[in-house]
Design a protein. Structure first.
Length: 205
């Protein structure tokens, strides 16, 4: 007699399915992903994934929502650092970079892959909105402390665009020794910060 699966069993298998699907999507893209392949990797019948997801687009939405939530977890934990607004913003930036380079497959699926009718996947909409919010909160703290002037949402997106661009260039191996990742991001953030009203710190020496 087959064992009755508990809610925990179902949740655990769903998590394993998402993990396996993340690897396959990262390696083969939307077009190369098949339900049969993810089932084979998990050692189950080809029909088993359909008990959890309608099709591969629903799996991709779940994969991306899972990545956005893990990304937001990292940024929120960094923002909770016990320090002033500058220290907290630095921690958020470090957490962003650590996630992007530590789990580049998920990072690419989050930001470099789109899928039709994303708005029809409520969990993906929720998770992506949560991640965007984490990239605004630290800027709002800088504004509240009088270090930046302007709309925190707009400024958060400007900083995000600069950092994301640098991350993508680094992941693609396009940054040379004449302008490494750290130098590029520090100079970009300094310039943007000054443009938004942050007073320039005197140079040492």
């Amino acid at each position: 007699m087959p064992r009755v699966l508990t809610a925990t069993d179902l949740a655990d298998f769903r998590e394993k399915l998402i993990s396996a699907a993340t690897r396959i999507f990262a390696e083969k893209g939307r077009e190369g992903f098949t339900m049969r392949e993810v089932a084979a990797e998990l050692g189950v019948s080809a029909m088993t994934p359909y008990r959890y997801f309608k099709d591969k687009e629903e799996i991709l939405a779940a994969v991306r929502a899972n990545a956005f939530d893990r990304f937001a977890d990292a940024l929120e934990a960094a923002f909770a650092f016990d320090g002033d607004a500058i220290a907290r913003s630095r921690k958020v930036g470090e957490a962003y970079v650590a996630f992007a380079f530590g789990d580049s497959a998920s990072y690419r699926l989050m930001f470099d892959m789109s899928q039709p009718e994303e708005s029809t996947y409520p969990d993906l909409v929720r998770a992506s909105a949560r991640a965007r919010k984490t990239m605004t909160d630290y800027v709002r703290a800088l504004v509240d402390q009088g270090l930046l002037k302007g709309d925190p949402v707009l400024m958060g997106h400007v900083f995000w665009a600069a950092l994301h661009g640098a991350v993508v260039l680094q992941l693609a191996g396009k940054l040379g020794e004449e302008c490494d990742f750290r130098t590029l991001t520090e100079e970009a953030f300094r310039a943007i910060g000054e443009g938004f009203g942050r007073p320039r710190r005197p140079q040492a020496g």
